[in-house]
Design a protein around this ligand. Structure first.
Ligand code: PMP
Length: 364
């Protein structure tokens, strides 16, 4: 039987997963790997699951070119959990950390870290309405800071770093929840990368941490063992039961990314998708508007406004009727937001652009 075409899902997260991944997971739901059981039903300490997780870690290391001196951890608690877990683990006796404020998610990271240390906001885009990433010349970094924290892509506001900050000897920590695996990166430029899985990795419930092992060993004594990077690294992320199904699904996504040609090819496709959508917005004669400085525009999350918020509901209803789902913007920004992560095909962006052109012609 021919598969029904699925709608195009522009959700910011939990986000669309690649259709072949969902189909494979469905086909293996009742009998995984010849066990007669679902992968959800087997022991995380059994040899089948241990081998699966080791293979998934190896695949991720290859995809992202993770250097050998970095640990890959499969944790829980989301990126919000990491907001506290990072200072617990990385202060290493220091009293302060530098944070760069680029929008809603970095603001939350700053508030959480302030419970653990003195936070120096080294630069902030707040005065400009978070429409650009502060220029490196404006950053006031502290050489005594335990680390410098950035949010690599602000999922709500739609600004993204297209360069890697130079923080000298101070480790750079990045929340990559919404742009990890969207293109190749040089992992060695970061001390630690973390990401909730539910955008570009897999389903919610898994939090990925990639950490330079030279930063381990200094967690606060009160750190829960499940959140102590050193303990988890020494125990294959199995100090407690890991989120086994989410890890399995992430493994299918990693394989799919490899089938797509790896991150260089995926990055090219993401650039083309974003160019098409921003081109539509910029070429709409002012009907659609995106306020972000062009050099800092996110390739993953594209917020845009219609000329009058009174048109929003009609726009969304028409989009839904055209099988273009979950385009409503975040309440703190308003308007629309199209999230175009790896699993969004170019055809999905083409369909959205065709709808936007049609809507603007009718209402413009
Ligand atoms: N940081 C960023 C950049 C995010 O996009 C999100 C979720 N949308 C979070 C942090 C919070 O992640 P979680 O809900 O997994 O804790």
């Amino acid at each position: 039987m021919a598969a029904m075409p699925r709608p195009f899902n522009f959700s910011p997260g939990p986000a669309a997963l690649p259709e072949p991944v969902l189909r494979q997971a469905a086909s293996e739901m009742l009998d995984w790997n010849g066990t007669g059981l679902s992968v959800m039903e087997v022991s995380h300490r059994g040899k089948e699951f241990m081998a699966l997780q080791a293979g998934i870690e190896a695949d991720l290391r290859e995809l992202l070119a993770v250097p050998a001196n970095y640990k890959v951890l499969f944790l829980q608690g989301g990126a919000i959990g990491q907001n506290a877990i990072v200072p617990m683990n990385l202060l290493r006796g220091r009293k302060s950390a530098d944070y760069v404020d680029t929008g809603a998610w970095s603001t939350r990271s700053i508030a959480a870290a302030a419970h653990y240390c003195r936070v120096n906001v080294a630069a902030s885009g707040k005065a400009g309405g978070f429409t650009s990433i502060p220029k490196p010349s404006e950053w006031r970094l502290d050489s005594e800071a335990a680390y410098v924290h950035i949010c690599a892509n602000e999922t709500i506001g739609g600004v993204e770093y297209h360069w890697v900050p130079d923080t000298g000897a101070v480790p750079l920590v990045a929340d990559m929840s919404s742009n990890i695996l969207s293109r190749p990166i040089d992992v060695s430029r970061y001390g630690l990368i973390y990401a909730g899985a539910q955008k570009n990795i897999g389903p919610a419930g898994l939090t990925l941490v990639i950490v330079d092992e030279r930063l381990l060993g200094g967690a606060l004594p009160t750190t829960p063992s499940a959140f102590d990077y050193t303990i988890q690294a020494a125990n294959n992320s199995m100090i407690n039961t890991p989120p086994t199904y989410a890890i399995y699904l992430a493994g299918l996504v990693f394989r799919w990314l490899d089938d797509q040609g790896g991150l260089a090819a995926v990055g090219e496709r993401n650039r083309a998708k974003a160019a098409l959508l921003y081109g539509c917005i910029d070429g709409s004669g002012g009907f659609y508007r995106n306020d972000i400085a062009p050099a800092d525009r996110s390739l993953m999350n594209v917020p845009f406004h219609l000329p009058d918020p009174a048109l929003d509901a009609e726009f969304l209803d028409g989009a839904k009727a055209a099988d273009l789902l979950q385009l409503k913007g975040h309440r703190i920004v308003g308007g629309m937001r199209a999230s175009i992560y790896n699993a969004m095909p170019l055809e999905g962006v083409r369909a959205l652009v065709a709808y936007m052109v049609h809507f603007a012609t009718r209402r413009g």
